[in-house]
Design a protein around this ligand. Sequence first.
Ligand SMILES: *[C@@H]1O[C@H](CO)[C@@H](O)[C@H](O)[C@H]1NC(C)=O
Ligand SMILES: *[C@@H]1O[C@H](CO)[C@@H](O)[C@H](O)[C@H]1NC(C)=O
Ligand SMILES: *[C@@H]1O[C@H](CO)[C@@H](O)[C@H](O)[C@H]1NC(C)=O
Ligand SMILES: *[C@@H]1O[C@H](CO)[C@@H](O)[C@H](O)[C@H]1NC(C)=O
Ligand SMILES: [Cu+2]
Length: 258
Amino acid sequence: MKSSLSCLAATVPTLTVLLLQVVQPVHGHYGFPVLLINDTATNWFEYVRPVAPDELDGMMFPINDWAGETQVCGINATHTGHLTKTAKVKAGSQLGMRAFRSYQREYEDFNHPFTASDGIWHMGPGQIYMSKAPGDIESYTGDGDWFKIAYIGYKPDGVGTFDWLTYGKGEMNFTVPKTTPPGKYLVRAEHLYVNTQYNETQQFIGCAQIEVTGPGGGTPGPFITFPGGYDLRDPGIMRPQGQPYTEYKPPGPPVWQG
Ligand SMILES: *[C@@H]1O[C@H](CO)[C@@H](O)[C@H](O)[C@H]1NC(C)=O
Ligand SMILES: *[C@@H]1O[C@H](CO)[C@@H](O)[C@H](O)[C@H]1NC(C)=O
Ligand SMILES: *[C@@H]1O[C@H](CO)[C@@H](O)[C@H](O)[C@H]1NC(C)=O
Ligand SMILES: *[C@@H]1O[C@H](CO)[C@@H](O)[C@H](O)[C@H]1NC(C)=O
Ligand SMILES: [Cu+2]
């Protein structure tokens, strides 16, 4: 499987993880099936759009597609909005998207509890985008405009390959900007396993459905569209060989502060 060796090499935080990966055909990949809201973890795909298994019956494997539907919210997740709920969120509150390791359905329980081998185990940045549904959120395919609300990058005082702020963390937390206009939104969590080779960077993606309440007043932007919003040669995706990590700049627009 593509990049499974580099995934293994990059994913050896504990012997347990390594053993799990050898015993089961599972790599250090992950997805974001769980939304944290009001400091509480919700259930798998309760507020996150379910993704379909890939051709190997695996769930939450990396997205290597930079131009197709799967880049928006994961495999088949532009169509699964009616299978999940929409979380009411006050603008200004903190949310999180929790990462679980990928698995193959025949080996593991769906909705398994968070364990040490779950979480984010690749080196790279996380970003969160939002896109307002023009009509009902359930049938919104995410083909509108997206603005970025969070970037979680490299430690400012980092020294090595592993000093990404998300590395080894269970989730990516972020704040819904205080002046976000009320309405229903897709929230797209993206984590990148950044590589220096062309088209070797991996994407891990999940989309939650939320309804923002609050006074609004802000004007979100600048925007990007998915799929296809990223250039595969963007230095945030194809990291220049030898570039110090501290100089890394992510792909996409700047963060909208609200
Ligand atoms: C994210 O927020 C939750 C509380 O909602 C907290 O328990 C957790 O430690 C935070 N995670 C990170 C990586 O900061
Ligand atoms: C994709 O989602 C639709 C709508 O929920 C569903 O009918 C279809 O079976 C799904 N496809 C796959 C491959 O899971
Ligand atoms: C990138 O690689 C994937 C396979 O991992 C392939 O499906 C896709 O077409 C490639 N994209 C480009 C633009 O080369
Ligand atoms: C989170 O808490 C707020 C009140 O602070 C409430 O309005 C909202 O319904 C809660 N959301 C969920 C999904 O529990
Ligand atoms: Cu991986």
